[in-house]
Design a protein around this ligand. Structure first.
Ligand code: IPM
Ligand code: MG
Length: 356
């Protein structure tokens, strides 16, 4: 089994190193090959997603991705910015189904910005469509405004669109995920305003007929944002489009106290996937040895489960993470008085030591 390792920028290399350490400690025959991506790749070769990196990602059975982005690259034209690397990988590998679980570990209940009784036991799964919507819709650009009161001025524009098959396939993924959990699915849209999402609602409702055992409800995205902070435990699985999913998954992540804890998986139709922490490259703390590697380590666990068919090894990692939390070890982002502050390396070592 071959894993493409793409560390990227900022804290990416530090946290990826911890995940590699944990993977090696499993004793499985895993071949790992690294390649530059994001700003690091741009600095080396002038492009954030070099052909060789894309080729490696396509060949591999799974991709383990750190994070991309750095202030240094803020002034580059959009096509060369580090973010284009992850968008390009999603598009080229057709990773349309993004799983973003938000789980609150009991030990971290105090780290949430919400009251413990609102978040304790939280376990929700956001499924975000990842290769369509306004993120990729054409046409887009800056042009001369063709009409209305601002006619003749420059205007920026993007296109929100979803094809029927695109909605159907993510809906199937979401219903099937719900079947494996509490059998409740909330589809989040903006059907009251947007044609695209009125259509989305129609198609999701149609796919529902194949899954009578799952309870489906529809919710407008503004209400969903409110419910996420009011009563997040009412959700089980949430399915939504690319743009809304980007926003809601950050909000859901923060409910758990630290975005530094949350893994994610981006899957294609055949369960090949790219695995990355839900957080970004945090260039402000890069190189300080204080970044939380647990989201990346847990992403490696998701990789073992979804793409490499090694559920028992995934479970070993997840148990080890629970154990180090129970031991009271905390990186600064989840530190609370009474716990033991550790750095990135120490946290990685502790997970290795806790593997049984
Ligand atoms: C995410 C990120 C990306 C996105 C950026 C880095 C392009 O915010 O994975 O949620 O907007 O999808
Ligand atoms: Mg985001």
């Amino acid at each position: 089994m071959k894993i493409a390792i793409l560390p990227g920028d900022g804290i990416g290399p530090e946290i990826i190193n911890q995940a590699i350490k944990v993977l090696k400690a499993l004793g499985e025959p895993l071949e790992m090959e690294s390649a530059p991506v994001g700003g690091a790749a741009y600095a080396l070769s002038g492009h954030p997603l070099p052909d060789a990196t894309l080729k490696l990602a396509k060949q591999a059975d799974a991709v383990l991705f750190g994070a991309v982005g750095d202030f240094k690259y803020d002034n580059l034209e959009r096509a060369l910015r580090p973010e284009q690397a992850i968008l390009g990988l999603r598009k080229h590998l057709q990773l349309f189904a993004n799983f973003r679980p938000a789980i609150l570990y009991p030990e971290l209940a105090g780290a949430s910005s919400l009251k413990p009784e609102i978040v304790s036991g939280l376990d929700i799964l956001i499924i975000r469509e990842l290769t369509g919507d306004i993120y990729f819709g054409q046409p887009r650009g800056v042009r001369e405004c063709p009409d209305g009161p601002f006619k003749g001025q420059r205007e920026g524009f993007d296109t929100m669109r979803y094809a029927e098959g695109e909605i159907r396939r993510i809906a199937h993924v979401a219903f099937q995920a719900a079947q494996k959990r509490d059998k409740r699915l909330t589809s989040v849209d903006k059907a009251n305003v947007l044609e695209t999402f009125q259509f989305w609602r129609e198609i999701v409702s149609d796919v529902h007929r194949d899954y009578p055992d799952v309870a489906l409800d529809h919710m407008y995205v503004d209400n969903a944002a409110m419910q996420l902070v009011r009563a997040p435990k009412k959700f089980d699985v949430v399915v939504t489009g690319n743009m809304f999913g980007d926003i809601l998954s950050d909000a859901a992540a923060m409910l758990t106290g630290s975005i530094g804890m949350l893994p994610s998986a981006s899957l294609d139709a055949g369960n090949k996937g790219l695995y990355e922490p839900s957080h970004g490259s945090a260039p402000d703390i890069a190189g300080k040895g204080i970044a939380n590697p647990l989201a990346t380590i847990l992403s490696a666990a998701m990789m073992l489960r979804f793409s490499l068919n090694r559920a028992e090894q995934a479970q070993r990692i997840e148990n080890a993470v629970k154990k180090v939390l129970a031991q009271g070890l905390r990186t600064p982002d989840i530190f609370e008085p009474g716990t033991t502050r550790v750095g990135t390396e120490q946290m990685g070592d502790a997970v290795v030591a806790a593997l049984v």
